[in-house]
Write a new protein. Structure first.
Length: 362
């Protein structure tokens, strides 16, 4: 009863009124409390009237560990620079020397938090995946549109950047490989698959038990009106003797691992990197992929990087197994037509004043 706010106020009011008409000692006996308590409420009542009978805030007058305004401004400016990063990502990637909870408090107080969607509990298949697969036993392949990213769009228009990112991701280790193309075609999808598989073979990865998963887009299964037999992408899968399967129609959650990477690379690379040229774009993409595969911890995978997880599953794995430079896939079309073997092709080049300029060196 005492914990009820209204009851507490009335109790203190009757206590004070009784003490005014009687004595403090009599009031203490009547209300079964101490004389010190009676004096406290009587003093507050005489000083602040009825307002003095309400509870006072227990908020401390000084918080020794509270961030200084200079530190809060640093968090504010970093958030403005990377508006899509949350507290944990700001601490990890921007290397802010504060706790994630402190960063969140500053963001919330300054109105910099995004409106959170209502949480819907989903099936957690991590334990099942770990029990049924090892590193490089299942890869998800998908295509990401780049021309709908607001921060990248000006550079995309001015510099003529590729429109599509082709992505392959291991569901166990999180190891990811990307390349780029101007068209979302079956030819580019087949080249990308061949490029990734030849790279894994070259570095000693056994792909005989690998399963490839993809969606029902035309670049993977072929156009329904023109298709005769397996698509070019599926032919390449058969050449490498890979098991493969398609996800149900309109169910992108079945490709959740690769879709998760698409969101991550957009937030950590595309939306916050100033692209100066096509050469710089490929070089920066290569740098980010090295960081992602070798150094970036994944909170959903015990805070381990893909390289650390691969080492746990394949202790004698080649150190360069995750080092695959992104390329422009159209540059390999002649090699695909000639059916020639290749592992690491020449980097895409552009003609500049009569000279061939490499995008990046291996």
């Amino acid at each position: 009863m005492i914990n009820n706010v209204k009851v507490k106020f009335n109790f203190r009011y009757h206590l004070v009124e009784y003490a005014k008409t009687h004595s403090i000692a009599e009031a203490a006996r009547e209300f079964q409390t101490t004389r010190k308590t009676i004096r406290k409420w009587l003093g507050r009542y005489r000083t602040h009237s009825l307002k003095g009978l309400e509870d006072k805030s227990k908020r401390p007058h000084r918080i020794p560990h509270k961030l200084k305004e200079l530190d809060e401004n640093r968090i504010h400016l970093t958030r403005e620079k990377y508006p899509q990063w949350g507290p944990k990502r700001l601490k990890m990637l921007a290397r802010l020397p504060y706790g994630a909870s402190s960063i969140y408090r500053v963001l919330k107080q300054r109105g910099l938090c995004h409106k959170q969607k209502k949480y819907v509990k989903k099936r957690d298949l991590r334990a099942w995946k770990k029990a049924n697969y090892k590193a490089f036993e299942k890869m998800q392949i998908d295509v990401k549109y780049l021309n709908d990213i607001p921060e990248l769009y000006p550079a995309f228009r001015l510099l003529g950047l590729p429109k599509f990112e082709f992505t392959a991701r291991c569901i166990i280790s999180g190891a990811t490989f990307v390349s780029y193309g101007f068209t979302k075609s079956g030819t580019n999808a087949a080249i990308f698959l061949d490029y990734v598989m030849n790279h894994l073979k070259y570095h000693g990865v056994d792909i005989t038990h690998m399963e490839v998963q993809y969606d029902n887009a035309n670049e993977f299964i072929g156009h329904s009106l023109k298709k005769r037999g397996p698509s070019l992408f599926q032919q390449k899968i058969n050449e490498h003797n890979l098991a493969h399967g398609r996800i149900p129609v309109s169910r992108p959650t079945f490709n959740s691992d690769v879709e998760s990477f698409h969101r991550t690379i957009e937030q950590e690379f595309y939306s916050c990197t100033a692209i100066e040229s096509k050469t710089h774009f490929f070089a920066a993409a290569y740098s980010y992929m090295l960081f992602y595969n070798y150094f970036r911890p994944n909170s959903w995978k015990e805070n381990l990087s893909p390289h650390e997880i691969v080492k746990k599953h394949i202790p004698n794995a080649d150190e360069n197994v995750l080092n695959l430079p992104p390329i422009q896939l159209e540059h390999l079309i002649p090699q695909l037509v000639q059916a020639g073997g290749y592992h690491l092709p020449e980097f895409p080049t552009e003609t500049k004043k009569g000279k061939n300029v490499r995008y990046c060196s291996i």
